[in-house]
Design a binder for this molecule. Structure first.
Ligand code: ZN
Length: 343
């Protein structure tokens, strides 16, 4: 099969379009003929590598994918060759205490497709049948692939862990990234008032088109936690979604209401920063960290995506062989929404 491969860590230049042995499904697994993959920032971090990361080379990037079933392993029921499907990228053992409790994203053997396992920038991928969800007939492969990881992540953070309620206020730090655009939509669907801090007028107008109620441009309001305070009758917001980390977390702690929850699933701005502990105890704040989501979250949120109540924002579509240009676009931060690959 054709795939995007790399043999060592580095910049986009390490990505090669080449041939790799087509993986065959084993017991309980399914081979998917992929039609679309979507890029995530994770793909860049895996390509660059981090201390302790262990990959089997050549590695194939990509967590998100959608396509048609091309072969079934033994013991697979409920699916047939030709079925249209979207892939849940969280790979779990199904047996540990966390998996048994249906908290499969806490699995002791947790793997993520495209991170520590070969991923979806390829013509075929093999995953456990339990990682597939049927795709409605008319639903596009690219839109399904683009939605998967970011909506599952945002749903798990805001709803399953954050327990967001109708009538609460939510601040989303960042206006245009995949998880943030998903968070804005989920918060609106839940009946929350949504504040967004963004870095430019273009990105904020995207947030507004998704339903954001209060827009704060941090290129004009450097001290944006003050702006949030003013806009919320000097109370602050009930929930803050901060996936930026360094540079933003001190503001997020200040922008929260008493009893507020700070949700984080990542750190696009950097991992290490100072925290003023007085905000945490003085305002009774909860800091809630999560990564990815459970199988139940995936099924629930993708159902809403299939119904059209939630929608991935699509940026550009590249052919598989141009994955390097696609990653360069993501790395430069030029995208508005999800970049996808057509396979
Ligand atoms: Zn497990």
């Amino acid at each position: 099969m054709k795939a995007i491969l790399f043999h060592n860590h580095g910049g986009p230049e390490v990505l090669e379009y080449g041939d790799f042995e087509t993986p065959e499904p084993r017991l309980g697994e399914v081979q998917v003929r992929l039609h679309a993959a979507a890029l995530n920032r994770l793909d860049l971090w895996v390509r660059e590598g981090w201390p302790g990361i262990k990959l089997e080379y050549p590695h194939i990037p990509g967590a998100d994918g959608a396509g048609e079933i091309s072969a079934l392993g033994e013991g697979v029921n409920g699916f047939a060759v030709g079925d249209r499907v979207v892939i849940n990228s969280v790979l779990s053992c199904g047996e540990c205490s966390h998996c048994q409790a249906e908290k499969d994203n806490l699995c002791r053997e947790f793997h993520l497709l495209g991170e520590t396992m070969r991923g979806t920038y390829a013509e075929n991928s093999v995953v456990p049948a339990t990682n597939l969800l049927p795709l409605p007939n008319e639903f596009s492969f690219a839109e399904a692939a683009a939605a998967g990881l970011v909506f599952q992540t945002a749903w798990h953070s805001l709803i399953t862990r954050g327990n967001l309620q109708a009538g609460e206020s939510v601040l989303v730090v960042g206006a245009s990234g995949g998880v943030n655009t998903a968070s804005i939509q989920i918060a609106k669907l839940k009946g929350a008032k949504v504040y967004v801090v963004g870095s430019s007028a273009d990105k904020l107008s995207l947030a507004e088109s998704l339903g954001a109620d209060v827009l704060i441009d941090r290129s004009k309001e450097e001290n944006w936690s003050k702006a949030v305070f003013k806009a919320s009758e000097r109370k602050g917001v009930d929930v803050v979604v901060d996936n930026v980390g360094a540079g933003s977390m001190p503001h997020s702690l200040r922008a929260a209401n008493k009893g507020g929850r700070i949700l984080t699933v990542g750190n696009t701005g950097g991992a290490k920063f100072e925290i003023d502990n007085r905000y945490i105890f003085g305002k009774h704040l909860s800091i809630i960290g999560t990564t990815m989501g459970t199988r139940a979250d995936f099924a629930k949120v993708m159902g809403l995506v299939f119904e059209g109540r939630l929608k991935a924002v699509l940026d550009r579509h590249f052919p598989l062989r141009e994955a390097r240009a696609a990653q360069e676009r993501l790395e430069a931060g030029e995208q508005m929404g999800k970049i996808t690959l057509e396979i």
